[in-house]
Design a protein around this ligand. Structure first.
Ligand SMILES: Cc1cc2nc3c(=O)[nH]c(=O)nc-3n(C[C@H](O)[C@H](O)[C@H](O)COP(=O)(O)O)c2cc1C
Length: 153
């Protein structure tokens, strides 16, 4: 069985992280993207669009990911923290993953190193789908730490 990396990235930090990590592994990769792109303007994205989604638990439409997830026994899910939890398009992805029987391992990063963000993310992901086997990965660690962690999975 295989491992898949799925990630969401707005300003590029998460994308750069997974690209560095994946030089070691060469796993298949899929990107979560909102169907209607967020504004390029950081403040509009952060303080208007994303804030509204988080506050109202809106899971926006995402672009179709043409992958048969059942071919993978592990999904490594990477995202930045948005307003203390995962970005809402990640919630849409989890809804669409319904019925997935493998493990989904969570890797988050944020500007502030507040461990509560990982706690919130795990709780909020499980609230979307309590049947999926979510496992905590790493929070705000460098590529090397990720590589070691993933090698030991
Ligand atoms: C909409 C939005 C909300 C954010 N909310 C938080 C937050 O609650 N706490 C925090 O520490 N950083 C927050 N950040 C910062 C990002 O988590 C951080 O810059 C991350 O590394 C960005 O990853 P990316 O470049 O892959 O998008 C936020 C950024 C955006 C755009």
């Amino acid at each position: 069985m295989k491992t898949l990396i799925v990630y969401f990235s707005y300003s590029g930090n998460t994308k750069r992280l997974i690209e560095t990590i994946n030089k070691q592994f060469n796993f298949d990769v899929a990107r979560i993207e909102r169907k209607e792109a967020y504004s390029d303007d950081y403040n509009t994205c952060a303080y208007v669009e994303a804030k509204k989604e988080v506050e109202n638990h809106i899971h926006p439409e995402i672009k179709k990911i043409n992958i048969d997830f059942s071919n993978y026994d592990k999904i490594l899910l990477f995202f930045p923290i948005w307003w203390y939890t995962f970005p809402m398009p990640v919630g849409t992805f989890i809804k669409e993953l319904k019925g997935y029987t493998g493990k989904v391992i969570i890797f988050a990063n944020s500007y502030t190193n507040d461990p509560q963000y990982m706690v919130n993310s795990m709780k909020d992901l499980r609230a979307i789908d309590s049947k999926i086997d979510f496992q905590e990965g790493l929070f705000n660690q460098n590529a090397e730490k990720h590589i070691n962690f993933i090698k030991n999975l």
